[in-house]
Ligand binder design. Structure first.
Ligand code: DQA
Length: 138
C-alpha cells in the first residue's frame, strides 16, 4: 500500500510552533517513527506553505496512490481550490488535524475538505496521522 501524507502551511514549524496546541515533536521525527511502525506501508511526505504546491501534489499522486492523509492546516478553512482538487482525483483523502478545531475559534469550524474527504480525524495530536494510516489498512 502506498500512502502520501501532505501537510499545509506552518506545519513545518511543528515542535516549535505553539507547543501547548501542537506538541513538542517535529514532523520529520514523527514521520520516521510512523515509517518504522508500518514497514509494510510505502509512505511519502510532502509539506508546503504554498496553496498551489499542495494542489499540484494532490493532482500528482491522486491517480496512483492508495490514500492521501491531508492536513491542509489554515487552508482547510479557506481553500475552494484544495477542495476542488480532492474532487478531481480518484485516490481517497482522509482529512486530519492535530488539534480539535471545533473546540477552537469559530473560523476553524469551517472546512472545505470535510465534504469531499473519505473521513475526518482530529484532536488526537500527532496520533491523528497514525489513526488515519490504520483506517487505510483496514
Ligand atoms: C490544524 C488546525 C488549523 O486550524 C490550523 O490553521 C493549523 C493546524 C491542526 O492540525 O490542528 O495550522 O490543521
Amino acid at each position: 500500500m502506498k500512502l502520501m501524507i501532505i501537510n499545509g502551511p506552518n506545519l513545518n514549524l511543528l515542535g516549535k510552533r505553539e507547543p501547548e496546541v501542537y506538541g513538542n515533536q517535529n514532523f520529520e521525527d514523527y514521520f520516521l517513527s510512523l515509517k518504522s511502525k508500518y514497514p509494510s506501508v510505502e509512505m511519502d511526505y510532502f509539506q508546503s506553505n504554498i496553496e498551489g504546491e499542495l494542489i499540484d501534489k494532490i493532482q500528482e499522486v491522486g491517480f496512483s496512490y492508495d490514500g492521501i492523509i491531508l492536513n491542509a492546516a489554515a487552508y482547510t478553512h479557506t481553500s475552494v481550490g484544495i477542495g476542488d482538487a480532492i474532487k478531481a482525483i480518484v485516490t481517497p483523502v482522509i482529512e486530519v488535524h492535530i488539534s480539535n478545531t471545533y473546540s477552537r475559534e469559530e473560523f476553524r469550524h469551517t472546512s472545505f475538505i470535510s465534504p469531499v474527504a473519505k473521513g475526518v480525524i482530529l484532536g488526537f495530536g500527532l496520533q491523528s496521522y497514525d489513526l488515519a494510516i490504520q483506517s487505510f489498512m483496514d
